[in-house]
Design a protein around this ligand. Structure first.
Ligand SMILES: *Cc1c(COP(=O)(O)O)cnc(C)c1O
Length: 357
């Protein structure tokens, strides 16, 4: 059996913008699990699969694009890479830059990045600049710096390479299922991922690898849903920080994915997002970060409103790993799950006599 050695060295190489001269900067990203959810399939009457992107090397789908972006930045002789981030892009950029021997600087919104993501950027040795403002302000500053200084911007805006790498998720799904799904659900923040995933399905169909493409169902948090309202949101709010974006850079791409696929971009409340986040871990054993659960929350919302036909083949992207945001996990931990006891008292506290009776 051939072991997995990352996207650029995989069978997907011909689909990526690299040449023989491109040094391969990889952490063996991609090749993530596609798990069937018995729980979500039973609720919806569909065949629901989870693409677990939190299993990537830095814990999010961002690694798919970053292996391409940093490999090409290294090829071009870049010395410093820069990005704006809600957290996961900075963790990924910092890791791949470290591997390539490049310096990295990341701009993040002060107070709105999950602690695990900051910890990653610190350990990978990136310079971290916390900005008083939101992600949109960080992105504006990063683009401005890249326009005026010889640094490589590795945000998906202005970096087609990121999107090219992120398309691979669609190739993996189609290859694993033997066909494209009927429906693909995912969270939407800055709009890059829905754009890239849709482009991936289309590229595979155009090459005759699949016969159709799914409808794309993207979901934003209700307090940060510019694509749903059709206008930027000046002060986006959601506890799902990875999608706390008020002015998506890949606006047109996200709407094209929606319209060309016959899909939708809808809004889900934080309450729905956190309920899905809870159930994914407790019912499916998949610990995804809160924003990652927006696709599941949206699927369930559409089902509850009679807008999901049963019998469909559905894939939901779980974009990032729950371990990144331990604060969110413990914030509302059910009291019944946690107690303390003296060693001799554990059987009584757990009520083992009743449980095993
Ligand atoms: C980046 C990110 C998103 C949003 O993806 P976009 O490409 O910005 O739409 C969603 N979930 C997680 C965990 C992310 O890191």
């Amino acid at each position: 059996m051939r072991t997995w050695t990352g996207l650029i060295d995989s069978d997907y190489r011909p689909w990526l913008p690299v040449t023989d001269r491109t040094p391969v900067v990889s952490l063996n990203e991609g090749g993530t699990p596609l798990l069937r959810s018995a729980h979500l399939s039973a609720i919806t009457g569909c065949d629901v699969w989870l693409k677990v992107e939190g299993a990537n090397p830095t814990g999010s789908f961002k690694d798919r694009g970053m292996t391409v972006a940093i490999s090409r930045a290294a090829e071009a002789g870049a010395r410093l890479v820069i990005c704006a981030s809600t957290g996961n892009t900075s963790a990924s950029a910092a890791a791949y830059a470290a591997r390539a021997g490049l310096a990295a600087a990341v701009l993040v919104p002060r107070g709105y990045v999950a602690p695990g993501k900051l910890a990653q950027a610190v350990r990978y040795g990136a310079r971290i600049v916390e900005i008083d403002g939101g992600f949109d302000d960080c992105l504006r500053a990063a683009r401005d710096l890249a326009a005026r200084h010889p640094v490589a911007l590795v945000n998906s805006v202005g970096n087609e390479l990121r999107l090219a790498g992120q398309r691979t998720v669609a190739y993996e799904i189609a290859d694993a299922l033997g066909r494209a799904p009927d429906l693909h659900c995912l969270p939407v923040g800055n709009g890059g991922n829905i754009t890239a995933t849709w482009q991936g399905y289309q590229a595979y169909a155009a090459a005759g690898r699949t016969t159709g493409s799914p409808r794309m169902w993207g979901f934003q948090a209700a307090g940060a849903a510019p694509l749903v309202h059709g206008a930027p949101v000046p002060a986006p709010e959601t506890a799902a920080t990875a999608i706390r974006v008020g002015h998506p850079a890949t606006w047109d791409g996200a709407l094209a994915a929606r319209d060309e696929s016959g899909g939708i971009i809808g809004a889900v409340t934080d309450e729905q997002i956190f309920a899905a986040y809870h159930d994914l871990a407790a019912r499916d054993g998949v610990y995804a970060e809160p924003a990652s659960a927006a696709g599941v929350a949206g699927l369930l919302d559409r089902h509850a409103r009679g807008l999901l036909e049963p019998g469909r083949l559905v894939v939901v992207t779980l974009t990032g790993n729950g371990l990144k945001d331990g604060d969110a996990a413990l914030r509302d931990a059910p009291a019944a799950l946690r107690s303390s006891a003296a060693p001799a008292d554990v059987a009584r506290v757990l009520d083992l006599a009743a449980v095993t009776a």
